[in-house]
Write a protein that binds this ligand. Structure first.
Ligand SMILES: [Zn+2]
Ligand SMILES: [Zn+2]
Length: 174
């Protein structure tokens, strides 16, 4: 079973959308867990961003009893070496990951809102991080959800589904 964990306030609609869609994509039960506070100590005022790694660690410590745990946060995340990240997984086959919604809205770039596009992007990032947690590495196929997204252009190009090769790898690990 997969737990979706809002970290700070997250709109109920997108959590429900992710829950229903992830159930289909990953073929596993998905539940929405209770909200966790955004850890204030992870905030870097100079960058106006949150350091993802300690947030993932704190989600991992707080939420137990699930196969995989995915945090959803509406704050901008970074890790050393990258200006920002859309999401992070604790590691290949780890328990916990996180996605950030803040750069997935058109409004972030001064464009008019597009709810469908926003939901689709969030789903792709969520499936991608869960794919890592279920043992997948990045995929060379630019249309596969496991392709690395350097920018939203990559995210928008790829599908929210695993390519046949990644599906095969997922099944091998069952
Ligand atoms: Zn990745
Ligand atoms: Zn693939």
């Amino acid at each position: 079973m997969i737990a979706l964990v809002p970290v700070g306030e997250i709109e109920a609609n997108i959590l429900e959308y992710l829950k229903d869609s992830l159930k289909v994509r990953l073929a596993r039960e998905v539940v929405i867990e209770s909200e966790l506070d955004v850890p204030g100590s992870a905030y870097n005022p100079k960058r106006n961003q949150y350091y993802a790694t300690p947030i993932v660690k704190s989600i991992s410590d707080s939420v137990n009893g699930y196969d995989k745990v995915l945090g959803v946060i509406d704050s901008d995340l970074w890790v050393p070496g990258l200006n920002f990240i859309f999401g992070e997984a604790e590691g290949i086959r780890g328990k916990t990951g996180i996605i950030s919604l803040s750069r997935l809205r058109q409004e972030f770039y001064g464009l008019p809102p597009d709810t469908n596009l926003f939901y689709e992007r969030a789903l792709k990032e969520a499936v991608h991080e869960l794919g890592h947690l279920y043992g997948l590495l990045h995929c060379a196929n630019p249309g596969c959800v496991m392709h690395f997204s350097n920018s939203l252009r990559d995210t928008d190009y790829k599908d929210s589904k695993f390519c046949p090769e990644c599906v095969r790898k997922l099944q091998l690990q069952e």
